[in-house]
Write a protein that binds this ligand. Structure first.
Ligand code: FAD
Ligand code: SIN
Length: 465
């Protein structure tokens, strides 16, 4: 008589954003059952909102040979590189060296369209990938991975269930305690991958504790508590908790200018050729890092203190419109942008746009040092020239800090030793981006470290069978 094989250990994943889904896909591909717990009603987290794209280099869609991604990431991380330098370098190496494989995995294995490439701020080359059609990149990637996972009988997703405690036996992590909106409270046992996202929405809690100076800033993140305290309770080390990214361009909705939750004006609009005006004048190379663009805006007095807001205009021409049509049509539909003419703008705008157009046409050097103008085509701006305009302001967007992991996605304790039985990936972790994350590198970190976490969890499960 055949002895039935023992049931396979089930891996637990907390968080259904891109990091959790990437880890789950990896586990399922090795026939390891997955229980995915998600506190929201619907899966996808912030990942599903991602609008500009995912970085990768070199890939088949880039038209330049690109070996500068690592250097750009280190430069953007800035002064943070002075502490834990070797650990940070290994994380950035993993991020950038595995970026091409991450794009290949999404495109070739999963069938996501990522054929369009744009440059974002702080990048030497265009390396942020999105699809050529109407679907924004976050939605395209998340929905494709979810669909694939749901086809497997080994995948079990529970939404509206919040993990409230991580369980340990001695120093080893053994599972979680969770509570669901229907009143159910349970324990679940197994190896654990934590992929619970950042704390940008935790205005009264972690954000207030680590960055009280950001009080009153609007945000692109829905209000929600951060989850790092669940992990410090098991000895996880925190890093860079005060490094919070303020994105320079959240839309100020003319119908609700005081709303603290802003719709993001995707950086790809500047990447495709858009420019910024403050009082009708340019003030910076729009493709500087987010940190630098934001600092240039916030060095001027805000126009309102509750929420703390500035009045910057994002200006696009017909060439940029064609290149980012699906984004812009959507923003126009939401009444966050309007089609207009230069005569409708501040009186300083015409000479500013004329200067920009000359630099874009190669007739003179840009006075702010911008060298990439992508799809800007307007050569001779006049008061009648058509432009697309939106009001934008800096917004709390992303938290670079979190629990420290190593390049194997192992969660580290205060002695920099791995905590057995738990891995971390995505925005809940810290150390990968230092003081400033490059646009497009968050989706990338989710795929790279999510897949590593899945792979290491597979090895762990197999070693115990
Ligand atoms: P998330 O996608 O946020 O998922 C975490 C999930 O964990 C959430 O669903 C949350 O509900 C769940 N969770 C949290 N705590 C618990 C708990 N205790 N129990 C159960 N579940 C829990 N990055 C890019 O690289 N490119 C872009 O174009 C881009 N655009 C963006 C646009 C917007 C508007 C925003 C807000 C962010 C954007 N980002 C972009 C950043 C990027 O989307 C996120 O940082 C990244 O997707 C985070 O993924 P994640 O899987 O770590 O977390
Ligand atoms: C954006 O679309 O501007 C966000 C990109 C990112 O956060 O990486």
């Amino acid at each position: 008589m055949l002895t039935p094989s023992p049931p396979r250990t089930t891996a637990i994943i907390v968080g259904s954003g891109l990091a959790g889904l990437s880890a789950a896909s990896q586990l399922i591909s090795h026939n390891i059952p997955v229980r995915l717990l998600e506190r929201a009603e619907k899966p996808g987290g912030n990942s599903i909102k991602a609008s500009s794209g995912i970085n990768g280099a070199p890939t088949k869609y880039q038209n330049v040979s690109d070996d500068a991604f690592y250097a750009d990431s280190v430069k953007s991380a800035g002064k943070a590189m002075h502490s834990l330098t070797a650990e940070r370098e290994k994380l950035i190496e993993a991020l950038t060296n595995k970026s091409a494989a991450a794009i290949d995995w999404l495109v070739d294995e999963k069938g996501v369209d990522l054929s369009k490439v744009a440059v974002l701020g702080g990048h030497t080359y265009a390396r942020t990938h999105r699809g050529a059609g109407q679907t924004p990149p976050g939605f395209a990637i998340v929905s494709t991975l979810l669909k694939g996972l749901k086809e497997s009988p080994l995948f079990h997703l529970q939404t509206s269930c919040t993990v409230t405690k991580v369980l340990q036996s001695g120093p080893r992590v053994t599972g979680v305690e969770y509570a669901c909106d229907d009143g159910k409270k349970e324990e679940l046992h197994g190896p654990l991958i934590f992929a619970t996202g950042g704390f940008g929405g935790d205005a009264e809690g972690l954000l207030a504790r680590y960055r009280p100076d950001l009080a009153g800033y609007p945000s692109t993140n829905d209000p929600r508590p951060g989850t790092q305290p669940l992990l410090t309770a098991i000895g996880a080390q925190l890093i860079d908790m005060d490094q919070v990214q303020v994105h320079p361009t959240g839309f100020v909705d003319p119908a609700a200018p005081e709303s603290p939750l802003k719709f993001l004006a995707a950086e790809v609009l500047r990447g495709e050729g858009g420019l910024l005006l403050l009082d009708g004048k340019r003030f910076i190379n729009e493709l500087e890092t987010r940190e630098n663009v934001t600092n240039a805006i916030t060095a001027t007095p805000p126009v309102s203190t509750s929420p703390k807001q500035w009045e910057v205009q994002l200006i696009l021409d017909e060439g940029v419109y064609k290149a980012a049509k699906s984004h812009i049509d959507f923003y126009i539909f939401k009444k966050l942008m309007r089609k207009s003419t230069i005569s409708d703008l501040d009186s300083n705008a015409l000479p500013s746009i004329q200067e920009y157009a000359k630099a874009a046409a190669g007739k003179q050097k840009d006075s702010f040092g911008r060298t990439q103008f992508a799809n800007w085509t307007l050569v001779d701006p006049t008061p009648e020239s058509v432009v697309y305009v939106g009001a934008v302001t800096p917004v709390v967007h992303f938290t670079m800090g979190g629990v420290l992991i190593n390049e194997k996605s192992e969660m580290l304790n205060e002695k920099n030793e791995p905590i057995e039985g738990v891995w971390g990936a995505g925005e809940v972790t810290g150390g990968v981006h230092g003081g400033n994350r490059l646009g497009g590198s968050s989706l990338l970190e989710c795929v790279v470290f999510g897949r590593i976490a899945g792979e290491k969890c597979v090895e762990f499960v197999n070693s115990k069978q």
